[in-house]
Structure formats: C-alpha cells, structure tokens
Design a protein around this ligand. Sequence first.
Ligand SMILES: [Zn+2]
Length: 415
Amino acid sequence: MRLGKYSFGLGDRFAHQGVAQLKAVMKAVATGLDISPVWNKSNREHHYVHTEPASVRAEADHAVKELGFTGKYFVDADHINLSTVQPFVEYADFFTLDVAAFIGKPSSDEAIKAFVDSCQKYVGNLNIPGIDEPLNVSNELLEEIASRFLAATDQASEIYKFLLEHKGEGNFITEVSMDEVEKPQTPVYLLFILKMLADKGVKAQTIAPKFTGRFNKGVDYRGDLDQFAKEFEQDVLVIDFAVKEFGLPEDLKLSVHSGSDKFSIYPIMFEILKKHDKGLHIKTAGTTWLEEVIGLALSGGEGLELAKKIYATSYDRREALCAPYADVIDIDASQLPSIEEVNGWDGEKYANTLRHIPGHTDFNSNFRQLIHVAYAVAAELGDEYYSQLEKNAEIIGRCVEENIYDRHLKRLFNL
Ligand SMILES: [Zn+2]
C-alpha cells in the first residue's frame, strides 16, 4: 500500500465536514497534483468528542462516494500506541505510531554498544549527497542517540509487529511520530533513528520528527525561517540517503504535524520538495472545527448565540482547557476579549476575530487558540451543537472548503 507523492491530513472532530474537506482536496487534484486525502483522528480526540474509530471510516467512505472521488484516500489512526491501537485496527489503514513517550527511556548497555558498533562506517565526516557540509558523527554522538532513541524505536517495532499480525503486511501505511516533544531531532538524529527503524524491520513510509521552532495549534510557525529551511532540506536529503543506505521503503517521506496554519513555511517546504522531487505528508489538525464556529457565527441568530456561548464557556474554563496543550499553544490571556465584549459582537466581527487572515485588523490569535482547544465544550453541548451544524451545513461547508483550499492548499502547492 502506497500513500502517493503528496498526502494531506484532514482532521474533523465532529465528523460532519468530510464532503467539504474532500471538495477542497479535489480542487487541488484537478490542477494535476497527486494528493491523497487522509482523515486523521487521535485517540484523545475520540475520547473528548465521544466518538469511535468506525465513525472516521464511515465519514471518509461517505465523502468519497458522494463526490465520486476516484483517487486513493486513507484513514489515519493518529498518535496511537500499543495500549490504544486495538479499536482502530479494523477501520484505519494508516497508523501513526507515536513513540515520543519512550524517548530517553533506558536501554541496556549491550544494546547501545551493538548499535554504536553497527554504525562505525559512518563515524567521522559523513557526506550526504546534496548537503554541503558533512555531518559530524562521533562515537559519543552515536551513544547519545542510541541511549535516547533505542527504546522509542523498540516501541515502534512492537506496534508495527502488532499491526503486521492484525492487518497483514502491505495492508497499511506506517508512520512513526516523535513530534510531540520539546527537544527537536536534528537531521543527524533523524538519520540514525531511521537506521534503528530499518534494523528492527519497521517499514516506515512517513516519519514525523520534531522540527525546530514552535508549531502552535491553529496559528503560524514561530521561529527562524532560514533555519527551518535548512533543517527541512537536510531532513529531506537524509531520508533519501537512508532509503538507499538502510533499505527503507522507497516512498518514505517526511510528515509534518503542522498543527495547521503554518502559512509562512508552506512555500519554503514546497520549493525544497520541488527542487529535490520529493513528496510530503502534512497533517492539519482540527481547525475544521474552527470553521464550524465561524460558520455558526456568520449564520446569525441561534448559530451566533451558540458561538458566543461556546466562547463564554471556554473563557471561564480556559485554564483547564489549555493545560493538556501547554506545549502547543501560546495564549496571552490579557489579550482575550471579555465575555461581555464578545456578546456584543455581530457575526462578521466574531468570524473576523477567529478566522486566520494574517494582518486582518480583527484577527486575534489568542481568541483563535482558545477556541481551538475548546472543542470539548461543543462536545458537551451534544445535540444542541450538532443540530446547529446540520441547520447551517451549507454556510459551514463553504467556510471549511474555503479554509482548506484557499488558505492551505493554495499556499502549500503554490496554486
Ligand atoms: Zn503530531
């Protein structure tokens, strides 16, 4: 099973926007690009929204049938581990093996030594085709990488074996993710992590490292763009080298867990991918849910009232809602509008404050990030929320489609 050159991860917390999301992808595909849509949902999201993995499969199949899409598409069991994978086995065909929790867990001295021994031919100045300066590989560095990542790659191997047994070889896409950590993995780390995966027989087709810089949810990248460009390009070249050197699947590509809306790095990534003729998987997180709230606000009446209620509840519970996302949001609470202020807004003002248009005078990234993490509030509203989604499906669908096509795909693929 192969993913295709480009694949685009779509999150849809409440499973109502599959058709609108696919419409956006199909518009980009119509320009001649090879893009596979991938609907991703993590165990954590299922937990908060009270849904089951079967619902994502049903949504994807429905959207594809409804629009007559004939390309490849996938359902991603996002950020699973050995203890959470089971319920996804039947419904997913893309598995994101999240081994971040195992980084730095101890490995035996023998295992570390064996790994370092197996890398002796790379010690010294290692030239990677396409990278100007050689990578400096020392035994100390190899020991450090082994002691930090052997346990994590062992874990990837455990989950992979489980999937081989329960799905069968060739029936699923394997991604290994290490992105939800504080410390980035530099290109030389990535190289030896890939060697470990190859050694253990994990046929990864995408790998999601932690890149340098902040990937906050629903807002733009924060960090040094030149440094990001350099790191991203080196990662692309390291993967190319690793595929040939270690015998990893030849379609192995980078996966960027973008947290959505990384507008400033989209053109940088695409330039580099074009230059080296490489593919990419990109996940866009759950900003589709924000388009639902924008659509509710724009629809006025009860929809707008509900959008205001969601903000008021989120504002009151902001500390609890933000806590699990501390590493991936930056909210300046002093910049959040008061509940009274928001209650006085019309739909346009609400939508403009939430919608991510860089430079728009009303856009407030603090407001946006708070709503982004507040989907549990909508989930608690249950039918009150779902009935408004259905009542205002048309306007919401337009917002979802426009967001994915105009703000993401157009920028990413220079359309
Ligand atoms: Zn991630």
